[in-house]
Design a protein around this ligand. Structure first.
Ligand SMILES: Cc1cc2nc3c(=O)[nH]c(=O)nc-3n(C[C@H](O)[C@H](O)[C@H](O)COP(=O)(O)OP(=O)(O)OC[C@H]3O[C@@H](n4cnc5c(N)ncnc54)[C@H](O)[C@@H]3O)c2cc1C
Length: 142
């Protein structure tokens, strides 16, 4: 492992971070997006891959429960989008917010941020305690 890391040229230690504004829709007909293609986010909440996995669980469930034929498929895709859109948008927003907060220079804003860290686990419980299966079972659709 250290050999692999050591073989990487120094230039590769730099990469650009990108996100994009929430898309208006994630599907066109039978084609549907998930993961970064649907909602690329900054990595500052460590959520990009996690949200992709939640998408996959939700989409798989919606497809498995789909009614017959093309209409059933399109309804399943629409349901998946409804179930996932609000949460991924919120996570995108919080990732941007964290990017800003984590790079504050020393000063009163940074001090306020540090004080708030004591409640971080509770503040971010909506991210980390989410259970995609429970969400589906509850039928919670915004
Ligand atoms: C610095 C950094 C730290 C991160 N830390 C975390 C973290 O701690 N936790 C977390 O959950 N997430 C983290 N992420 C985010 C995570 O890496 C991404 O959100 C996740 O990889 C997205 O998965 P994906 O399958 O949607 O897209 P990708 O992983 O980008 O997969 C897309 C795949 O499609 C392939 N592809 C593209 N075009 C074509 C084509 N035309 N034909 C065939 N194949 C194609 C690509 O080669 C790629 O393999 C981090 C990201 C960065 C940059």
């Amino acid at each position: 492992m250290t050999g692999m890391v050591g073989a990487v040229e120094q230039d590769a230690a730099w990469w650009a971070l990108h996100d994009f504004a929430p898309l208006l829709r994630w599907s066109a007909g039978r084609v549907v997006l998930l993961g970064d293609a649907a909602h690329a986010m900054l990595p500052h909440q460590g959520q990009g891959a996690n949200q992709a996995i939640e998408d996959a669980v939700t989409l798989a469930h919606c497809l498995a429960a789909a009614g017959p034929g093309e209409p059933g498929l399109l309804r399943a895709i629409a349901r998946y989008e409804r179930l996932r859109r609000a949460r991924t948008r919120q996570t995108q927003r919080y990732s941007r917010l964290a990017a800003r907060l984590l790079h504050l220079p020393d000063g009163p804003d940074a001090a306020r941020r540090d004080t708030g860290l004591s409640t971080l686990a509770t503040d971010l419980a909506w991210i980390h305690q989410h259970d995609a299966h429970e969400h589906l079972a509850a039928g919670t659709e915004p």
